[in-house]
Design a protein around this ligand. Structure first.
Ligand code: NAD
Length: 479
């Protein structure tokens, strides 16, 4: 057989084109806009039988896709990036309506732009065989061969961008892909895949829009060679268990509770806006967002005041309104988690500097940007992942104390240190147990720079050449 294309009458560009392209024919359920409660569209409800068909199709075309080689597969990824660019506005609109994030700010348009950027970067990396030994006794080389069929299971917070993080290196390395999007944001992933599939050969990329049962079956499937998973630590542990019998390769990007440490020499007014976006990007629904802020007592009040000034100036509302940069929580369950954690902080006597009081009787899961000061380190708002727009700010007296508090949890995705003295900041960074530590910024990711968690935030690296290696099976050739 040879690779074929799904013919499209005209390129998918607008929001309406995208909805038509993903309209379900069999079982479906309505997806509601988290900002308004209105129906966005119906999403297909795929079954275990659909999963079987997708895996079989991906398996069938995989050898031919692998045989194309890196250069040709990279060319496909470049064309897929062009297709994303052409449909960017329609994708951003759909993402905003389904996920809730505004078009503007570091939100929907930014996410779609990142999809194209990550595709291009992933297509451009060089992965040469490593020569391990080359002497009179012989030569040994390390190669990375395709794994086969990769399963990709994703969350609802950055549904398009995280899908690209999973599928782009998988395809580049000669694997085919079966994706299982979050049940909260299937339309975004289905639409993105429809756009990508205009540029890719038929069968190399599938989306099975099912529930947790489909995710579990994918993680245990005998014909899936690796699972790329991004989501909660609890689900990550379930996937480890489901995948054990087939000794499946796993990349696990799990939950975080990132600490930021502000040293006494930092400039409160100078860092306030970057601190704010470190914590409140995507209205706080970001894996590597700043989720607990430790500030030295000498500048504690000044940092809290400066942050409040920024928070109070940021418009929140319906995503399609061009003015807004903060949106709703994506779903009722997440709204309840945030509201309960802020209530726990209030009950313990912490000070609500701003926010903390959602409007009742209005549509949408809007929770205002909330800063909580004078809070103890063992409060649930500090110790648990809030995954929403509520930042606890903890006072400390010595750097040792701040580092101990930052390292006290069993997760370690990202962290940051804020200071006017780079060397002092780097010395503190080296003591923090986290996969990435940023200086005077938080959550800044780059397709060339590996990203992954420490402790129970997961294992395996994404992005860059390290990320490509994670989608290959190492093979040593000795001769
Ligand atoms: P979740 O774990 O509830 O769901 C993620 C996905 O797993 C969904 O598609 C879901 O259907 C699927 N799933 C659920 N149970 C499963 C099972 N038993 N087997 C297989 N699949 C199953 O996560 P979420 O609520 O969608 O996302 C929020 C969490 O994700 C937060 O903890 C956040 O920190 C984390 N996250 C981490 C990163 C990262 O890069 N480390 C990025 C984004 C989100």
């Amino acid at each position: 057989m040879s690779l074929t294309f799904t013919t499209q009458e005209s390129p998918l560009v607008s929001h309406t084109d995208l909805l038509n392209a993903i309209a379900p024919s069999d079982a479906s359920r309505p997806i509601l806009d988290p900002a308004t409660g209105e129906v966005v569209a119906a999403a297909p409800v795929h079954t275990l039988a659909d999963l079987e068909a997708a895996v079989a199709s991906a398996r069938l075309v995989q050898p031919e896709w692998a045989a194309l080689g890196h250069a040709e597969r990279s060319a496909y990824l470049m064309r897929a990036a062009d297709a994303v660019d052409a449909a960017a506005e329609g994708l951003a609109e759909l993402l905003s309506r389904e996920q809730g994030k505004p078009l503007n700010g570091p939100n929907a348009r930014f996410e779609v732009g990142a999809c194209a950027a990550w595709l291009r970067a992933t297509a451009s990396f060089e992965l040469e065989p490593e020569v391990l030994v080359d002497d009179d006794g012989g030569r040994a080389e390390l190669h990375y061969r395709p794994l086969g069929v990769v399963g990709a299971i994703g969350p609802w917070n950055w549904p398009m961008m995280i899908s690209i993080w999973q599928l782009a290196p998988a395809l580049r390395m000669g694997n085919t892909v079966v994706m299982k999007p979050s049940e909260y944001t299937p339309l975004s992933v289905l639409a993105l895949a429809a756009v990508l599939n205009q540029a890719l050969p038929a069968g190399v990329l599938h989306v099975v829009s099912g529930g947790r049962d489909v995710g579990e079956a994918l993680a245990g499937h005998a014909d899936i060679d690796k699972v790329m998973f991004t989501g909660s630590t609890a689900t990550g542990k379930a996937i480890i268990r489901s995948s054990a019998d087939t000794v499946k390769r796993l990349t696990l990007e799990l939950g975080g509770n990132d600490a930021g440490i502000v040293l006494p020499d930092a400039d409160p007014a100078g860092i306030a806006e970057d601190l704010f976006w470190g914590a409140f990007i995507n209205t706080g629904q970001t894996c590597a967002a700043l989720k607990r802020l430790y500030v030295h007592e000498d500048i504690y009040d000044a940092v809290v005041d400066a942050l409040a000034g920024v928070a109070n100036a940021m418009p929140m509302g319906v995503g399609l309104d061009e003015n807004n940069v903060l949106g709703p929580l994506q779903n009722q369950a997440q709204f309840t988690i945030v509201a309960d954690l802020v209530q726990a902080a209030k009950d313990a006597g912490a000070r609500i500097v701003t926010g903390g009081n959602p409007a009742s009787g209005q549509p949408g899961y809007f929770y205002p940007a909330t800063l909580v000061a004078d809070i103890e380190n063992d409060n649930p708002l500090v110790a648990q992942e809030q995954f929403g727009p509520a930042l606890p700010i903890i006072r400390y007296s010595t750097v040792d104390e701040a580092v101990a508090m930052a390292n006290a949890l069993d997760v370690g995705l990202g962290a940051s240190v804020w200071s006017s003295n780079k060397d002092a900041a780097l010395a503190v960074a080296a003591r923090i147990e986290a996969g990435s530590v940023w200086i005077n910024k938080h959550g800044a990711i780059d397709p060339r720079v590996p990203f992954g968690g420490a402790k129970q935030s997961g294992y395996g690296l994404e992005f860059g050449v390290e990320g490509l290696k994670a989608l290959g099976t190492p093979q040593v050739l000795s001769y």
